[in-house]
Each structure stands twice: as C-alpha cells, then as structure tokens.
Design a protein around this ligand. Structure first.
Ligand SMILES: NC(=O)c1ccc[n+]([C@@H]2O[C@H](COP(=O)([O-])OP(=O)(O)OC[C@H]3O[C@@H](n4cnc5c(N)ncnc54)[C@H](O)[C@@H]3O)[C@@H](O)[C@H]2O)c1
Ligand SMILES: O=C(O)[C@H](O)COP(=O)(O)O
Length: 602
C-alpha cells in the first residue's frame, strides 16, 4: 500500500546550474575544506547542495562585494574567486556589473531587486546577504532565476541585542540629549530626569534570536519580560522566565515595547494608529528590527499626543531617512543609523559566515544557510547522494519515453523504503527528478533552488508516494519509480499495467541501475546511453544487435534482457558508450523480430 508524502510544494524554486550528476554526487560527499567559525561549529549545519558552472576550467568565479565586508571574509573569498569590492554603486552601476559576476555580497544597504537578476543574464548564481534581514533581496525573483540566496543568520545576533539594550537604557536615562546639552556648555540636571527599568514591563515583539537575547539581558536588569511571537515555543520562553502573550496583551500592558520581527507583508506597519491607540500612555518603543514594521507617521502622531513617551530607533522605512524626517528630528526620539550589527566582532563573524556560505555555493559543496532552497541536513545529503544521481537519470529517461517529448503534466514518484516518511527526506530527490524531467525538453537549467518553481511554471504536477517495506531502514531507499501519468509513449512497452509510463531504478554498489521498464524487469547500469528494444524472445537477438553496433564501432557496455515468459516477448536494454548513427539505429529497427525500440541518453 502506498502512503502519500507531504505535497510537492516544499521547495521555493530558481537556478543554479548543477554539474553532471556524477560530479554532483562527488561534490555532495566532499567535506568542506573551509575553516569553521566558532558559531558555525556550534550549529548543526543545514545545507543545500548545488554547483556552479564557471566559464572555463581555469577561470575563477567572480564575486562582487557591494558593501563593506570584514577582512577575514574577504581573505577567504580571495582564496577562491576574483573579488571586486565596489561600494556605493548606483542601481545602474550594479546592473552593469552584475552580468559579469557569479556571486554578489551585500548588507542591508543594497537593493537586490528583480532588475538585478534580470540584468545578470543568468550568470549570477548566489547572493550572500552579510547579515540577517533579507528584505532587501527579491527572493521570488532570485528563485525564478535559479539564484541561491544565503544569509549570515547568527553572527550579529548578540550585537543587535546589545544595541537594543543600549538604546533602551540610553533612552530611559536621556543619555544622548544630556550629552548634547553638556557639550553645548549646559548643566541641566532637572531637565533630564529619567525613568527606572527595574520592575517595568518590557514586551518583546518577535521572540527569535535577537528578541530572546534582549529578553535575557532585560531580565538581568530586573525587568518583567513578556513576548509576542506566534511561532515561538512557549516552553523555551518559559524557561527564560518570559511569558508569551497575544499581540494586544503585549502592547496594551507594556511600559517598553521592543521590536524584533522580520519585515514581511504581515509585519509591515504592525505598529500603526490602531496599535498605538491600544497602548498604555507613556509607553517607550525601541526598534532595532526593520523601520517598515512601524507606520512612521502614526508613530510621530503617537509621540506628539504623548501616547508614546519616547522612541529609540536604529532602523527606518527609508534608509537613510530624509534630512528633514519628522521622526528623526523629534525631540522624543533617539536615533542611530542602523548600527545594530556594527560591532568589530560581529562584522568579522558575519564576514566569515557569509564568505563560507558563498564559497560553499560556488564550489558546489554544501552551502549552509540557504534562504530560498530546501535545506537538508548534511548527513541526509551524504546518505542520499547516490539516489540523487539515480533520481535525475530516472526523470531524464522517463521524459524521453514520452511521445512528442513534451506532454508531461502529471508525474508520480514512488519510493519503496523501510523508512517512515518522517525519516525519509525526499526534497532533494524530487528536485533532481524534476531536473531530469525538464532539462531534456527545455533550455532551463533546473536545480534545487528552482525545481518546484520550474515544474509549477510548466504545469507539471509532481506527487510523491512511499511504499512501506519491512526490514532494516539502514538503506534509505530500496527503489524509486517515476510514473508519467496520462502520456503516450514512443516505446509503448514502457507503459505499465496502470497505463503510466513507468521506469524504476535502484542503487547497486553505489551505481544507479535501471531495474524496470513498464512491466518488464531489466538490470542496466545507468551510464552513457541506452537502447531499449522489445522483441520476440528468440535465439540470436543479442548477437544480431551486437554485430550491427560493432560494425559501427559502437562499444556496448552491457546488455540485459527481461522477459515475461520464454519465447514470448522480451525487453532488451543495451548500454552504449557512443551514440549510434541513424543508419545503425534504423538497421536495428528493421530486424524483423524487433517490435519497438528507442534510443535514450542518460
Ligand atoms: N538593526 C540591526 O542592525 C539588526 C541586526 C540583526 C537583526 N536585525 C533584524 O532583527 C530582526 C530579528 O532578527 P533575528 O535574527 O532575531 O530573526 P529571527 O528570525 O531569529 O527572529 C524573528 C522572530 O520574529 C517572529 N515573528 C515573525 N512574524 C511575527 C509576527 N507577526 N509577530 C511577532 N513575531 C513574529 C518569528 O517567529 C521569529 O521568532 C530581523 O528583522 C533582522 O533583520 C537588525
Ligand atoms: O539584518 C541584519 O542583519 C541587520 O539589519 C544588519 O544589517 P547590516 O548588515 O546592513 O548592518
């Protein structure tokens, strides 16, 4: 009985060119030779495999570093690539340069929009965001163009949290204004009376990496910390002495509100007129997340009305804000120019983290921290490597069996495995089957990033099923079957009893083997090219076909015959190293006992 797996929409999709599968599998097995940063060492790597084609065997990839990056990261990049550090590029300059670059590294100051991907002409393979927030990168456009986006998600967490606390305390004690007053020669002790933090209620909105580090520090200051985060685990919060509450509860009861969520369509302007109206009068707001999560006009009104007593802002909807920004100039606002990640230590760590991710991607090794591709644990990737090759070859084979070559709308993939679906991560395999299905019939380069997107765009629905097997789950997969549903075949024998074009493969001694075509069992190692014949099962067929190929100097790498019953019909799979001429193929087709035959490239 087949168990249905999760739907095939788990991949975001676009285009890194994968190398030939056999080289991909070698790459998947290669350990990274790069030094690990302390942070990376503590993390369990989640990875996505992809490989980059460069222009020639000796040419180095070219990396454009468009914003200042720490020296240690630059040094790592220079070990592999030609590095062009060009800062403060105009959008036109960036578009002009990008067509020459395999990778682009930015911080939050560079907008990497659709225009950038379009201008790259397909050369750009990876965008590295040297920081956390990827709201300045058009992820959909990256995915559609098959460009991997990686970020550096952990290296600046502490720096951002420390900056949040610095803003909170500086605001509460009027440090910036009293400092400015003193520098102006004044001594205004009564004017700058602050508020105490101890016992005050701090609401953290977004209890992720930065939010929880802020919470930890605020607890140390004696604050009562609550948090709102629809996706955070209550027990993790509880263990830190933080209570998770609803959004309304958080904003209505807080003395201080600190924002730590990403900017997304659902968090955009989450603090708006309506939200400010629910707040306790005299609340203080800190934002080191993204300017766009606050409706800045609404905040100015709330400051003017006294609902918000003070605001401390590191980030702005438009960066830099205009010189006459009412918000920045407001006397109740303290502002810093997006300095959350800007410590010496964080920038070195960020630079190393992003350089490693980009280099990994450029080498076709394991790229950690992919944002727009499924991330598969390294051990799973290694274990599945031979099946990755098999999966692509089965897809490639199946689509070549379709009459006309293009009429694929529905594909069913069946994995026979002793593993439960929870223990069998098939995203990589599905992506590679998709690659195999699409590349022979189009000029699109399919990879792990764009596989699902490309399939969807071409109207191909891919569903997955698992056939549960008894026995040891040590071998992840016993066999993979690719079924093309509702399609005519140019080799009708490939159509199984259920009416689908069916091919099945297994991995034997690390080598992918074709084990079934339609209802016929065969055993053919999947290398080079393949001739499939259906013939009357009679003596002399192997010799006849073999001598036609021999006359043409075509080397036969293997032959395998599968039959239903003696002297009835048989299917012969013949592996060939060279492509036979049309004349040779015609000669084979003209053998009277041959009923159907097809030549396939693997
Ligand atoms: N100012 C800076 O220099 C600086 C530095 C680092 C990070 N940041 C920004 O800080 C933010 C948080 O970074 P992080 O590393 O903690 O990210 P994170 O992904 O670890 O945490 C974000 C949290 O926000 C939560 N969230 C998502 N939608 C939410 C919603 N509607 N309401 C409440 N919570 C929601 C998520 O569940 C997640 O737990 C990001 O916007 C990042 O770009 C800024
Ligand atoms: O999202 C981030 O990592 C921070 O906002 C830091 O941005 P930056 O790299 O531009 O300092």
């Amino acid at each position: 009985m087949a168990a249905t797996l999760a739907p095939a929409d788990r991949l975001a999709a676009p285009s890194l060119r994968l190398h030939h599968p056999s080289s991909l599998s070698r790459r998947l097995l290669l350990p990274s030779r790069l030094p690990a940063t302390p942070l990376l060492r503590h993390r369990r790597p989640r990875v996505v495999a992809m490989a980059i084609e460069t222009d020639g065997a000796n040419s180095k990839p070219r990396v454009l570093v468009a914003e200042k990056l720490g020296e240690a990261g630059l040094a790592l990049l220079k070990g592999l690539a030609d590095v062009d550090c060009s800062y403060n590029l105009s959008p036109e300059e960036l578009r002009a340069k990008i067509a020459l670059c395999d990778a682009l590294i930015v911080r939050s100051g560079t907008k990497v929009g659709r225009d950038v991907f379009e201008s790259s002409g397909g050369k750009l393979r990876v965008v590295g965001r040297a920081g956390v927030g990827i709201d300045n990168v058009d992820l959909a456009a990256a995915t559609e163009h098959g460009c991997l986006v990686v970020n550096a998600p952990t290296a600046n967490t502490v720096a951002a949290a420390e900056h949040g606390i610095a803003l909170l305390t500086a605001m509460a004690r009027n440090i910036p204004r009293s400092d400015a007053s003193m520098k102006a020669g004044k001594w205004e002790r009564n004017k700058y009376v602050g508020v105490s933090l101890v016992g005050k209620r701090l609401a953290i909105l977004g209890f992720g990496k930065v939010g929880s580090e802020v919470a930890r520090r605020a607890r140390g200051l004696g604050m009562h910390v609550i948090a709102h985060d629809p996706y955070a685990a209550a027990d993790r919060a509880h263990a830190m002495g933080v209570e998770l509450v609803t959004f309304d509860e958080a904003i209505a009861s807080a003395d201080f509100i600190s924002l730590h969520m990403p900017l997304t369509p659902s968090t955009s302007k989450i603090l708006n007129d309506e939200a400010f109206a629910k707040m306790k009068k005299g609340v203080r707001v800190i934002n080191v997340a993204r300017g766009g999560v606050i409706d800045e006009e609404a905040l100015v009104k709330a400051l003017d009305s006294g609902v918000v007593a003070q605001a401390a802002l590191d980030v702005f909807t438009k960066e830099p804000p205009s010189a006459d920004s009412k918000l920045v100039l407001h006397e109740k606002v303290i502002a810093t120019p997006h300095l959350g990640a800007s410590t010496v230590e964080a920038q070195e760590e960020v630079a190393i983290e992003i350089a490693e991710a980009v280099i990994g991607a450029l080498k076709g090794e394991l790229a950690a921290t992919a944002v727009n591709a499924p991330m598969v644990p390294a051990e799973v990737l290694t274990e599945l490597a031979p099946f990755v090759v098999l999966a692509e070859k089965l897809g490639r084979l199946a689509v070549q069996l379709v009459a006309g070559g293009g009429g694929v709308k529905s594909v069913k993939v069946t994995y026979a495995s002793a593993r439960t679906s929870v223990d069998l991560d098939t995203r990589l395999l599905r992506a590679m089957i998709t690659k195999g299905l699409i590349e022979p019939i189009s000029d699109v380069h399919v990879n792990l990033v764009n596989a699902d997107y490309t399939a969807k765009k071409r109207g191909i629905r891919i569903t997955e099923e698992r056939i549960p097997l008894d026995g040891s789950p040590e071998n992840p997969i016993e066999s993979i079957q690719v079924h093309i549903v509702n399609a005519e075949s140019k080799f009708p024998t490939a159509v199984s009893g259920t009416g689908e074009i069916t091919v099945e493969g297994r991995v034997k001694d690390g080598i992918p083997h074709l084990t079934k075509v339609g209802s016929f069992q065969v055993d053919a190692s999947m290398e080079g090219s393949l001739i499939l014949c259906r013939q009357v099962d009679q003596p002399g067929m192997i010799g006849t076909v073999g001598s036609i190929l021999g006359e043409q100097n075509v080397n036969v790498s293997y032959m395998s015959v599968g039959r239903i019953a003696p002297r009835k019909h048989a299917v012969m799979a013949i592996g060939v190293d060279e492509e036979p001429t049309k004349a040779a193929l015609k000669k084979i087709g003209d053998i009277p006992a041959i009923e159907e035959f097809v030549f396939l490239k693997l």
